[in-house]
Design a protein around this ligand. Structure first.
Ligand code: SF4
Ligand code: SF4
Length: 398
């Protein structure tokens, strides 16, 4: 089984076959305000070819993202597979479908299984936590339907991971949250994503704020830094006592990677940004899924190679700016090696020295890194000695 580690690949792009079109209306969605459009068959071929030809390694990972990418219909993905086969004589292709699961059917499952696709299923925990934000277009909860999707994936032997957004609705109960994924859902790979969104209001219209808009108001469903820190510590304590090496939480894997001095699988903890482009239905390319704003458009797959856009001075500058623009507080921080100032889109706070661009989640991360440091030190020692990191569980019992 593999997990979703797209950012460790040399050239990576998320494809948006329906743009922001979605059959759900999650309260915290950062994408619903973007354009809705279907990627045409013509553009699909251009994208598949361009993406494969832009690769510098023998592997290429396609991620189909939304909105809700299943709205584009199964035939579109059947065509995508054929095109991948046509253009990929030199490399190995894999596919990831990130979905809310509502449209999943046995026919889809057979396709996903037969083609060996990995599914990322969005689910935020038990019913009350999930249904607090993840609503359908009629305002109804979707938990029952997502659980049905998870069972269907299991039934057809489709490989899948869970992707959980951590918001004000579930951040307060890390033990119950983790227990659900571990025991009720039986999910072995879990990705956690903190919900932090801000709004600006102009001329009576409210919209999500761009990362550099400082005068924005935090959305009520966002987590606070302290809540995020306590949550990570709580989930870590559950995981480290019984599940190391058997169940995987992406954040903890990334932290251990940083402890080991290797690049983490998640861009937010890495030294640089800019490894993952977002390709819109019209072929427009942006340097990051969180920076789909006109000022960050790199070009189009119609007339430029993805490689040239990702290697452009503009994108390289975007990548470097992650570590160049840090406040002193980060520069002097003992956890810089594991945090790297977190994601630039969340750097809208002021440091203790009054400098701008400190991560909104800083306090939470400091709490988390302090808390996990002894276990991380131990796991590092074991790995360097050629022993499994899971020995930490035995050590904690004594
Ligand atoms: S801006 Fe954030 S999400 Fe985008 S590449 Fe950088 S760390 Fe990753
Ligand atoms: S924990 Fe805070 S101070 Fe340390 S590197 Fe991360 S954001 Fe900067």
């Amino acid at each position: 089984m593999s997990t979703i580690y797209p950012f460790s690949r040399p050239l990576y792009a998320l494809a948006k076959p329906v743009g922001a079109r979605c059959n759900m209306r999650c309260t915290y969605c950062y994408y619903l305000e973007k354009d809705e459009a279907d990627m045409s068959d013509e553009l699909l071929e251009i994208f598949v070819r361009n993406y494969i030809e832009s690769q510098t390694s023998a592997e290429v990972c396609f991620t189909w993202h939304g909105g809700e990418p299943m709205l584009r219909g199964l035939d579109f993905y059947r065509r995508a597979v054929k095109l991948q086969q046509r253009y990929s004589s030199q490399c190995e292709v894999s596919n990831v479908l990130q979905t809310n699961g509502l449209l999943l059917t046995p026919e889809w499952c057979r396709f996903l299984h037969d083609e060996g696709w990995l599914v990322g299923l969005s689910i935020d925990g038990p019913a009350d936590m999930h249904d607090a934000n993840r609503l359908d277009c009629g305002g109804h909860g979707t938990w029952e339907r997502v659980m049905r999707a998870a069972r269907l994936l299991d039934q057809y032997g489709v490989e899948w991971n869970a992707m959980a957004a951590v918001s004000a609705a579930n951040v307060g109960e890390p033990e119950r949250f983790y227990h659900f994924f571990r025991h009720e859902l039986g999910c072995r790979y879990l990705q956690l994503s903190p919900v932090v969104e801000r709004h600006v209001e102009r001329d009576g219209v409210r919209r999500l704020a761009a990362p550099d808009e400082v005068e924005a108001v935090l959305a009520s469903y966002s987590v606070t830094a302290a809540q995020w820190g306590r949550f990570l510590c709580g989930v870590f304590d559950e995981w480290v006592r019984q599940d190391v090496g058997e169940y995987f939480v992406e954040t903890f894997d990334a932290t251990l990677a940083c402890w080991m001095g290797v690049s983490p699988g998640i861009c937010v903890y890495g030294r640089q940004c800019g490894h993952a482009a977002a390709v819109q239905p019209d072929g427009s390319v942006y340097g990051c899924d969180h920076y789909v704003f006109p000022a960050y458009r790199l070009g189009s797959v119609r007339n430029q190679s993805l490689w040239s856009m990702m290697q452009s001075e503009r994108q390289l500058r975007f990548g470097r700016s992650k570590s160049e623009g840090l406040p002193q507080q980060c520069g002097q921080c003992e956890w810089l090696f594991a945090c790297h100032g977190e994601c630039p889109r969340l750097r809208f706070c002021t440091s203790a020295q009054g400098e701008p661009r400190l991560s909104y989640l800083c306090e939470g991360y400091r709490q988390y890194f302090r808390h996990v440091a002894p276990a991380m030190d131990f796991m590092k020692k074991e790995l360097l000695a050629g022993r499994p990191a899971s020995n930490v569980m035995r050590a904690l019992c004594h």
